[in-house]
Design a protein around this ligand. Structure first.
Ligand code: EMG
Length: 283
């Protein structure tokens, strides 16, 4: 059966595109596990809440202060990068991605991270109390860290954000967002045939859609025997914050009868969905 999701990470993702020495934009978004709860567009001064529970248990005053810290950071970040480009002779255009966040772990502990990527590859991260360059970063990654590490004030602010604010903020959201994070939505499932894999062969397709949370178990069976040829697709998102999965089995036309598709999901309890293949599906 599907493994339950114990971990509920809070993740901030930032995409900064620098086209040339005068044009750039930075967009930020943040997710609680697989639910997007914030956006911060380049043209907006303020961080936008996408959920009624986005502010967690922070007061308006506490949130205002946190937002101010991010506003200072965003302006400084842009100015820093412009300076690094001149100092390190980096060429335009380029993309910088920042990912940061934290996750609660068993035993009342938490884990935090902050990583920076350049052109899609890790360049540096924050470890403990300082910036560290990635193992296969370009040589200027080390230079950038040396410069960044001279700013004691920023190192302290980053530690405070990662190890104090982030876990505290996350605990608050887990309270205010509890019902949505613990929601259970039942899947629908249906059968059809896919493009024939060859003469005399059938591709049996079992589609499962609309379920939440993400963990699911779907397989083709004959009686109680799982069919080892089952091919799982990726679990992909629907537009309504539910998930979709397609699972196929390639068989000879004669083997199809008696096969069934079986779906286990937390929303179904012990009532697995079982759909039997019959000739009406083979059109
Ligand atoms: O501003 C939507 C959010 C909702 C959820 C919230 C959850 C919380 C999650 C935690 C996320 C944390 C992400 C952000 C971390 C970065 C925060 C930095 C804050 C401190 C700051 N520093 C700038 C201003 O510093 C001056 O002022 C402060 C006080 O305000 C102090 O006094 C300090 O001493 C003083 O210097 C700095 O300018 C800082 O450098 C800004 C940028 C920091 C940064 O992100 N650096 C890493 C990226 C640099 C990459 C260089 C490599 C490179 C790549 C490509 C090309 C060239 C070079």
């Amino acid at each position: 059966s599907p493994a339950p999701q114990r971990h509920l990470p809070l993740r901030y993702l930032q995409i900064s595109s620098f086209a040339n020495s005068s044009w750039m934009r930075t967009d930020g978004l943040a997710w609680l596990r697989d639910l997007q709860a914030y956006t911060w567009r380049n043209d907006s001064d303020t961080i936008c809440f996408l959920k009624p529970w986005s502010q967690g248990t922070f007061s308006d005053q506490q949130w205002k202060q946190l937002q101010q810290t991010f506003q200072v950071y965003r302006r400084s970040f842009t100015r820093d990068i412009r300076e690094f480009v001149k100092m390190l002779h980096v060429d335009y255009p380029f993309e910088i991605q920042v990912s940061a966040g934290c996750e609660e772990l068993p035993g009342n502990t938490s884990e935090s991270f902050l990583r920076v990527a350049f052109q899609g590859r890790d360049v540096l991260s924050f470890q403990g109390t300082s910036w560290v360059s990635a193992p296969d970063a370009p040589p200027w990654g080390q230079m950038a860290c040396t410069v960044l590490n001279q700013d004691q004030g920023t190192r302290e602010t980053v530690q405070w954000l990662l190890h104090d604010i982030c876990p505290r903020f996350l605990r608050g959201i887990l309270e205010t967002g509890k019902s949505e994070l613990e929601k259970q939505v039942k899947p629908e499932a249906w059968l059809s045939s896919g493009p024939s894999p060859g003469p005399g062969r059938l591709l049996l397709v079992c589609r499962v859609s609309g379920f939440y949370p993400k963990p699911v178990w779907v397989t083709w069976m004959r009686g109680e025997r799982e069919q080892s040829g089952t091919q799982q697709g990726d679990i992909v998102p629907n537009a309504d914050e539910t998930w979709y999965l397609r699972v196929t089995l390639d068989v000879t036309a004669g083997e199809a009868t008696g096969l069934s598709c079986r779906v286990k999901h937390s929303s179904l309890g012990d009532q697995d969905i079982i759909l039997y293949w019959d000739r009406s599906h083979a059109s």
